[in-house]
Design a binder for this molecule. Structure first.
Ligand code: NAD
Length: 298
């Protein structure tokens, strides 16, 4: 039976590991937080005392950690302790440079590696409907695919080392910018006496159509399942959107790409978070834009 080590059993990692257990894999898990280990144990994960013990007997290692520094640190600690040829899958959302560093550590030790960040959030992690965006060598991706399939509904091989992270932050930069554009349009529509439903009916079927309008509509009413209908309870928290927009800006800086709207979106979400709204759904930015507009037009 394939043994999988799962390191990082937080909001995303725990339900993902649980889906691997349900699929019949032998899953060894480690996290720094006791409560997360208890949840993992209750889900059928075999909890071990440290990351190195999880990795030693594993055929595949999955990491789901907060940021690049955690991934590189865990890789530095454990990769050399794995069996040669072990497949390392990092599903955290991290900066492209750290992702490439993690691949290099794996390669130096004779391991296979894939960066495979996800889209779909905690709901997708629980339901096993995540989308994976993967980077790494073709043989590593082909070996990872059946495992990713157990935690998600789709995986796309985007290219070499770091390409999964690159795709993730480019996608989320589109999302952050388009949510602000959609929110600005609803605020302008309000000032022009346009009902939310009328603007939705037009924009959702015209050239302004986008996910931020049709699925995560920032005003209550037109899309009953959007977070705006439950006081902007996430969904996708504004703090996580800000994290991804900052990663996109870091990547744009190191790659020499001009992303003026991405930079502006990062700035607006920074101000929104600084006002204490980081835990709200990112569509809540409409309330910040509305009050900003009121201030500047008063
Ligand atoms: P989380 O904070 O709930 O989980 C991260 C876990 O990593 C924590 O339990 C922490 O204790 C553990 N950890 C940190 N350092 C460790 C170490 N050295 N060894 C073992 N465990 C360690 O975060 P999350 O919401 O599960 O997100 C994980 C990753 O997935 C992040 O990179 C995030 O950006 C990304 N992501 C999250 C969502 C979401 O909706 N939550 C959606 C897409 C992507």
């Amino acid at each position: 039976m394939t043994t999988i080590a799962f390191i990082g059993l937080g909001n995303m990692g725990n339900p993902m590991a649980a889906n691997l257990v349900k699929s019949g894999y032998d899953v060894l898990g480690f996290d720094l937080v006791e409560d997360n280990l208890k949840t993992a144990g209750a889900n059928g994960v075999k909890v071990v005392g440290d990351a190195a013990s999880a990795v030693a007997t594993a055929d595949v290692v999955v990491t789901m950690l907060p940021a690049g520094k955690h991934v590189v640190s865990v890789y530095n600690d454990v990769v050399a302790k794995a069996k040669p040829g072990t497949l390392f899958i990092d599903s955290s959302t991290i900066d492209v440079d750290s992702a490439r560093q993690a691949h290099a550590i794996a390669a130096e030790n004779g391991m296979l590696s894939v960066d495979a960040p996800v889209s779909g959030g905690t709901v997708g992690a629980q339901a096993g409907t995540l989308t994976f965006m993967a980077g790494g060598a073709k043989d590593a991706f082909e070996k990872a695919e059946p495992i990713l399939e157990r935690m998600g509904k789709r995986s796309v091989h985007c290219g070499d080392a770091g390409a999964g992270q690159a795709a993730k932050i480019c996608n989320n930069m589109i999302l952050g910018v388009s949510m602000i554009a959609a929110a600005e349009a609803f605020v302008l529509g309000e000032k022009l006496g346009l009902s939310h439903q009328a603007l939705f009916d037009v924009a959702s079927t015209s050239s302004g159509q986008c996910w931020a309008i049709t699925t995560n509509c920032p005003v209550p009413g037109p899309v009953p399942t959007s977070p705006a209908n439950r006081e902007y309870k996430p969904g996708f928290a504004a703090a996580l959107m800000l994290k991804d927009l900052k990663l996109a800006q870091e990547a744009a800086g190191s790659a020499g790409a001009e992303t003026p709207l991405g930079a502006q979106a990062a700035e607006l979400y920074s101000r929104f978070e600084a006002l204490g709204h980081g835990g709200e759904d990112f569509s809540g930015i409409i309330n910040f834009l509305r009050s900003d507009t009121e201030k500047t037009t008063a």
